[in-house]
Design a binder for this molecule. Structure first.
Ligand code: ZN
Length: 336
């Protein structure tokens, strides 16, 4: 199956009332973990690469690994998405390479740190929409600013400084015609999202619901939505790690989001934790081992289990076979 348009997966998810996990990758083992999880749970899936991942892997390596994934798992509708494009040029380079979906994060200036003006965000995102839709490539925009920093991208803070204004979200979607919209509701990138189990004072699900009521046809995206489960933290700390106590976004809150228009859920930290815990365990228990496969294989298995659990919790499991994949070329016609 060729790589498919993200718009198609999100439209299908809206019809079926489920969400689709978007998992970040840097290397072969992570892609394999996601594809095995998708096969075992019959899930359509989004694989995404940040600018940091593209530079780490020389993105051509990632692209060809994605083509291998599409070839080896022909039954799985698969999207290759750019996470947090910082400029029109970055998005264009991803489209030229063969990504089937891009995020233009115009909530920040091209430095990836400084919050931008609404006007700048509209202009940059609109420009990306024009060049992406001409090729049938999906565009995700962002309005409001997320908390935390990941891979050097982010404004920092708790995520509550620039919570999305629902009225501005409506204007943004009308002016840019984005396919999907990332919103800021108090979540942050990275492992340290909340200092206790989040309640409505720090995780603004009420704002999400208001945005969905005003934009019922826009696919909403939750960023920074790892759940940071305690058992994954515990494995790391048990084998010599030093993570401070932290809380992520509880799965039941994500499920509430899915009932209110959330169609794409970004998960990275949980997989990082699973991989690191598995590697630490092998190295601590068998200090004589030195073949990278001895620890990369358990790491890959651990990530696969996290992905599979999320695919079931988000409701995408069981839906891969129901989708007749459309290529970006076919989608380009739809946009015109
Ligand atoms: Zn993000």
């Amino acid at each position: 199956m060729p790589l498919v348009s993200m718009r198609q997966l999100l439209d299908e998810a809206a019809k079926g009332g489920y969400g689709v996990g978007a998992f970040n990758v840097n290397n072969m083992e992570q892609i394999q973990a996601i594809m095995e999880a998708a096969r075992e749970s019959n899930s359509p899936v989004i694989i995404q690469a940040s600018r940091g991942a593209r530079s780490y892997s020389q993105d051509k390596f990632l692209y060809h690994l994605m083509l291998a994934a599409a070839e080896l798992y022909p039954e799985i509708p698969l999207v290759m998405h750019l996470d947090h494009g910082n400029s029109v040029e970055t998005c264009k380079s991803a489209i030229d390479l063969g990504f089937t979906s891009v995020m233009m994060d115009g909530s920040l200036m091209p430095d990836g740190k400084t919050p931008s003006s609404f006007e700048y965000n509209v202009k940059a995102t609109r420009e990306v929409v024009e060049l992406a839709h001409a090729k049938g490539v999906t565009v995700e925009g962002e309005i409001g600013v997320l908390g935390g920093i990941e891979d050097g991208h982010g404004a920092g803070g708790t995520g509550l400084e620039h919570v999305t204004d629902p009225e501005q979200a409506v204007e943004f979607v009308e002016k840019t015609r984005v396919d999907a919209l990332a919103i800021a509701i108090g979540t942050s990138h990275g492992a340290y999202k909340f200092t206790k189990k989040p309640d409505g004072s720090v995780l603004k699900m009420d704002v999400l619901i208001k945005i969905h009521q005003r934009l019922p046809k826009t696919h909403l995206v939750m960023h920074g939505s790892s759940s940071v489960p305690k058992d994954l933290q515990d494995v790391i700390n048990q084998y010599g790690g030093k993570l401070k106590p932290t809380w992520g976004v509880p799965v039941e809150e994500i499920q509430l989001g899915i009932r209110n228009g959330v169609r794409k859920i970004n998960v990275d930290t949980d997989n990082r934790l699973a991989i690191t815990g598995a590697i630490r365990k092998v190295l601590a228990e068998s200090p004589d081992k030195f073949d990278p496969r001895d620890y990369m294989k358990p790491a890959r298995d651990a990530m696969r289990e996290v992905c599979k659990a999320r695919m079931k919790q988000f409701g995408q499991a069981g839906n891969a076979g129901k989708i007749k994949p459309a290529t970006c070329k076919e989608f380009a016609k739809m946009y015109t």
